[in-house]
Design a protein. Sequence first.
Length: 124
Amino acid sequence: MSHYTSVKTKLYETATLIEVIKEMGYEISYATTLENSFGKRRVDFQIEIPKSDNIGFVKKAGKRTLEMVVDWFGVKGVSRRGFLPKLMQEYSKKIVYRQAKAMGYHVKQEKKKDNSIRLVLKKY
């Protein structure tokens, strides 16, 4: 049986998250109801996944971070184990690049064999 799961994240900036999701090739919908045949959940926005249940995000009152709302049983074409780590990596990279640039640093990215990345900051 399907059900929605709320996943706590360390995602703070909604605009940056939306930018990263789009860069990953997904479409965003600002529909505020995430629904499937088993229920509905209120969200702030959602990732549109063709022929699949969508993945939503919500910032609850009094909280600084966004929660991911998902029913993995209904999501097709998105890796359950790979999606959030990849999203977090791209989000974190974008935050570091933006802050480093604002502080006058240049950022060089090195990709390791295990798909992790190393960011090297240099000030010129």
